[in-house]
Design a protein around this ligand. Structure first.
Ligand code: PLP
Ligand code: ZN
Length: 483
């Protein structure tokens, strides 16, 4: 296939380009991150985004079935025959009417993009299918990653399905069991390193360079190409209308970077007229992006203040500060895609907020209570939305799409802890407060006896006892519109 794709350094003062057949995770000239870029030509592209919808009619063809490769003209770096797909991206945008109402939003304006529906249970599959496709193009056999959990689960699944050897590096004691169980089950060689995620990633970059392992972390620019499609699917679900806001948790900042790239390309290609605003939500115990951006760090045309970044990391090291949050998927102090995230914030007129672990767990329970389970990191979106509404940055009439990045079953310990106070993983959770958890829904101990059960259910009068812990108002009265 004659390719129109190439790799390009994001630093405008360097601008080095590389062939797609090269396996790189940084620019060989200046060390900056790389993008996958394209010589776009009209002939390769559909006339409108609407044309992609036709592919739904051809769902027995794996590339049309995939929620990533359905949009292949927007990530045209691989011949069809090279694509490693297992049907990722069959995810949906849920109109969260009840939750939106509960949060005080206008009817129908809150949407949840449920990426937990992916084969490995997180959005990472969108990126993995693209990176494995590239790994196949370059003839790699062994693939590796550092992971807070979901990257390893996704890598292990794609490796097992496509005949690669998977190797994952995880930090000690920092991984949710749902995720660890996947990596083990799918047969990935799993190395537990004595250190946090940042240490793991630094080590795996060194080891893969040395041993020629193909690196699957989000410094791999091909992964981010796949993750762009989350935005295409949101647009598609909204009948190709641009929402006002996209909200996403920020960890290593690959996802928000991919979203910014998606919209900058769509705009350049004339496929959208308007770009949504972006809100990236950090946990307050892992808030590098939040801190730097609110100190004034900007993309600045590709020349961000590097001195400011290195001074921040130096101080972190001096004070021996390590990230700490219940949302293990975003427990990252040195986000590798920091500069690309600055670019995304610039393109999408973005904001960064930080939320507490308590707010994250309350938001997670709220999302669950209204019927969509997610893991703690994903719930940072709703906690962030609540805060940004309070601060009047997001208004109640705006249309908001939150990306629920991972499935609720990924981290059941966090959920059980919230509801019962039973702390199965002492090191990772905030101190147990018996009274915390506004939506705490404790299992009720009851004798194996009809009368006792009837009494425990409180159904004698024919209604649920509204004082029962965990009860929330779910009736949807359309709120009065105020002018
Ligand atoms: C990886 C991950 C994140 C963080 O995404 P980044 O691209 O690293 O910012 C958030 N939530 C979940 C569930 C994840 O697995
Ligand atoms: Zn460069």
């Amino acid at each position: 296939m004659k390719t129109i794709a190439f790799q390009k350094c994001i630093n405008p003062d360097c601008g080095a380009t590389y062939d797609v057949s090269q396996t790189l995770t940084s620019c060989q000239k200046c060390g900056e991150l790389l993008d996958v870029d394209y010589e776009w030509s009209r002939g390769h592209l559909p006339g409108t985004l609407r044309d992609f919808q036709q592919r739904w009619q051809n769902r027995r063809f794996p590339l049309d079935y995939s929620g990533v490769w359905r949009f292949r003209e927007l990530l045209p770096f691989a011949a069809d025959a090279m694509v490693c797909t297992i049907g990722e991206g069959q995810t949906f945008l849920q109109n969260a009417v009840c939750l939106g109402h509960h949060l005080g939003m206008w009817p129908g304006q809150l949407w949840l993009q449920y990426e937990g529906m992916n084969p490995s249970g997180s959005f990472k599959d969108n990126g993995m299918t693209a990176a494995f496709t590239h790994a196949r193009i370059v003839g790699a056999q062994r693939v590796a990653c550092a992971s807070t959990g979901n990257t390893s689960a996704s890598l292990a699944l794609y490796a097992a399905m496509n005949g690669f050897q998977g190797i994952v590096f995880i930090g000690s004691g920092k991984i949710a069991f749902g995720k660890l169980s996947q990596a083990l089950d799918y047969g990935a060689r799993t190395l537990q390193i004595d250190g946090d995620f940042d240490a793991c990633l630094a080590r795996v970059r060194q080891v893969s360079g040395q041993l020629g392992l193909y690196l699957m972390n989000s410094v791999n620019p091909f992964r981010l190409e796949g993750q762009k499609t989350i935005m295409y699917r949101i647009l598609e679900s909204l009948n190709w209308e641009t929402p006002d806001w996209i909200i996403v948790p920020g960890g290593n900042l690959g996802n928000c970077s991919a979203f910014g790239k998606a919209f900058s390309e769509l705009l350049k290609l004339g496929l959208v007229k308007r770009v949504p605003r972006l809100a990236v939500i950090n946990a307050d115990g892992a808030n590098t992006l939040y801190t730097l951006v609110n100190k004034g760090l900007k993309w600045n045309g590709g020349r961000p203040d590097k001195g400011m970044i290195s001074a921040f990391y130096k101080e972190m090291a001096q004070k021996d500060i390590h990230p700490h949050t219940v949302a293990s998927a975003i427990e990252i102090g040195h986000p590798v895609n920091l500069e690309k995230a600055l670019r995304a914030l610039n393109i999408m007129d973005g904001v960064v907020a930080q939320v507490s672990d308590e707010a994250i767990l309350e938001a997670k329970a709220l999302i669950g209570r209204f019927g969509l389970g997610c893991e703690p990191a994903s719930a940072a979106t709703i906690a962030g939305l609540q805060q940004l509404m309070e601060r009047q940055i997001i208004s109640r009439h705006e249309r908001v799409a939150c990306v629920l990045t991972g499935h609720g079953l990924k981290d059941p310990d966090a959920t059980v802890y919230y509801h019962t106070g039973i702390n199965t993983k002492k090191a990772q959770l905030p101190p147990a407060q018996p009274t915390w958890g506004h939506l705490s829904n404790q299992p009720v101990k009851v004798a194996d006896d009809l009368d006792a059960i009837v009494q425990a259910l409180g159904l004698e009068s024919g209604t649920l006892d509204e004082s029962h812990a965990g009860y929330v108002e779910t009736k949807v009265d359309l709120p009065l519109v105020e002018y």
